[in-house]
Design a protein around this ligand. Structure first.
Ligand code: FAD
Length: 317
C-alpha cells in the first residue's frame, strides 16, 4: 500500500504545491507505516521530491500531455494509483484538481474531500477538516471508502524537508483517443508574469483606483514585490482589468503568503476568495471600510500617495 501524490509542475519543474503535498503525505505515511509515491508528468527534476519525503517518483513522459487535459491526466493518475495499490490519492486544491480529482475518485470508487486544511483528525474512522461556505466555516468530513482522494488547500501545511532520496521509475500509462476527446486548438503563454494561483504575493486593486489609467502604480508595487496583480469584480466587469485577475467568491481564490488590497472595500464576496491568504495588508482612505476587520496590517490614507511611497521604500531594500 502507498500514498500517491499528483506532483504538479510547470515547464518541467515542480511547483511548490508538489513539495507541500509530499510533506503532507509523508506525515500520514509515518503514522500508517506506508510509503509515498509521486506521479509526475514531463518533469526534469524528479529527484527533488526525495528531499520532501517521497520514496518513489513515477515519471510520465508524453508530448500529448504537454497541454493540460483533465480526462487524460485523470487517467494517468488513476492508473498510477492502481499500479501502486494506493489507499490515498492526494492533490493540491486548485482549478486543475477541481476537474481531475473527482474523475479519479469516480474511477477508483473512492470518497473525495476537497479544500482539506489540516492533517486528518483521525485515521480510523477517517476524518478530515475542510474549508466550507467560501472559507467562512470549517467542517469535519468522514470518508468511509477504502480508497480516499483528498485535495489539500495551498499553504495549509508547511514544507517539511527530509534527508531521504527518491527512486525514479518511468511509467507509461495506456492512453487512448477518448482521453483526448477535448482538443485545445491553441494556447497562449504569458511570460514574465506570476500567475495568481501560484503567487506567494498578490497586489490587488479595487474601484478606489478610479480607472484603468491608474494601474501603473499597482504594477510597479507588484513588480518590486515579485507579485501577481489582481482586482475586485467591478474592476474586471468594467473592463479596467482582464477577468483572469478577478478574485473572490465568483473569481479566482487566492491563498498567498501576502495579499495587498488597494482601494478595495472588503465586501463579503471579495473576502471569501482571499481569506486563506496568510497576511493581509489593506490600504483604504475610509477607516470604516469592512476590509480593515480582517486585515493584519492596515493603512488609512489615499492610495495615490501611499502606494508610490511604499514602492520606493521597498526598492531601497
Ligand atoms: P467599492 O465597494 O466601490 O470600494 C472601493 C473602495 O475604495 C472603498 O472602500 C473606498 O473607501 C476606497 N477608496 C476610494 N478612493 C480611495 C483612495 N484614493 N485611496 C484608497 N482607497 C480608496 N466582488 C469581488 O471582488 N469578487 C467577487 O468574486 C465578487 N462576487 C460577487 C458575487 C455576487 C453574487 C455579488 C452580488 C457580488 C459580488 N462581488 C464580488 C461584488 C462585491 O459585493 C463588491 O461590490 C465589490 O467587491 C466591491 O468592489 P470594490 O471594493 O473594488 O469597490
Amino acid at each position: 500500500m502507498s500514498i500517491l501524490i499528483y506532483a504538479e509542475s510547470a515547464e518541467g519543474k515542480f511547483k511548490k504545491t508538489a513539495f507541500e503535498l509530499a510533506s503532507y503525505a509523508k506525515k500520514i505515511a509515518g503514522e500508517t507505516g506506508t510509503t509515498v509515491t509521486a506521479v509526475a508528468v514531463n518533469v526534469t527534476d524528479a529527484f527533488a521530491l526525495g528531499g520532501y519525503g517521497v520514496d518513489k517518483v513515477l515519471k510520465v513522459t508524453n508530448d500529448k500531455l504537454k497541454t493540460f487535459n483533465a480526462k487524460a491526466y485523470a487517467d494517468v493518475i488513476k492508473q498510477a494509483a492502481e499500479k501502486e495499490s494506493a489507499k490515498f490519492v492526494l492533490f493540491s486544491s486548485n482549478t486543475d484538481s477541481l476537474y481531475i480529482a473527482p474523475l479519479v475518485a469516480v474511477g477508483l470508487n473512492a470518497g473525495y474531500a476537497s479544500n482539506v486544511v489540516a492533517l486528518p483528525e483521525s485515521l480510523a474512522p477517517f476524518k478530515v477538516k475542510r474549508n466550507a461556505f467560501s472559507n467562512k466555516a470549517f467542517n469535519i468530513t468522514e470518508i468511509t471508502t477504502d480508497i480516499k482522494v483528498l485535495a489539500i488547500a495551498k499553504n495549509s501545511f508547511g514544507l517539511v524537508e527530509s534527508q531521504a532520496s527518491a527512486t525514479e521509475e518511468d511509467f507509461a500509462p495506456s492512453l487512448n483517443d477518448a482521453d483526448f476527446s477535448v482538443k485545445v486548438e491553441s494556447s497562449e503563454k504569458i511570460t514574465g508574469k506570476v500567475t495568481i494561483a501560484d503567487a506567494e504575493v498578490v497586489v490587488s486593486g479595487g474601484r478606489g483606483l478610479k480607472g484603468p489609467e491608474n494601474w501603473g502604480m499597482i504594477e510597479d508595487l507588484a513588480s518590486v514585490l515579485g507579485a501577481a496583480t489582481a482586482c475586485s469584480k467591478p474592476v474586471s466587469d468594467m473592463g479596467w482589468r482582464p477577468h483572469s485577475e478577478h478574485v473572490g467568491q465568483t473569481g479566482k481564490p487566492v491563498a498567498a503568503n501576502l495579499y495587498v488590497a488597494v482601494g478595495i472595500s472588503g465586501a463579503i464576496q471579495h473576502i471569501a476568495g482571499i481569506n486563506s491568504s496568510k497576511v493581509k495588508v489593506v490600504i483604504n482612505n475610509d477607516p470604516e471600510a469592512p476590509f480593515f476587520k480582517v486585515a493584519d496590517y492596515g493603512v488609512v490614507g489615499d492610495a495615490f500617495e501611499i502606494v508610490p511611497k511604499l514602492t520606493e521604500k521597498i526598492k531601497e531594500f
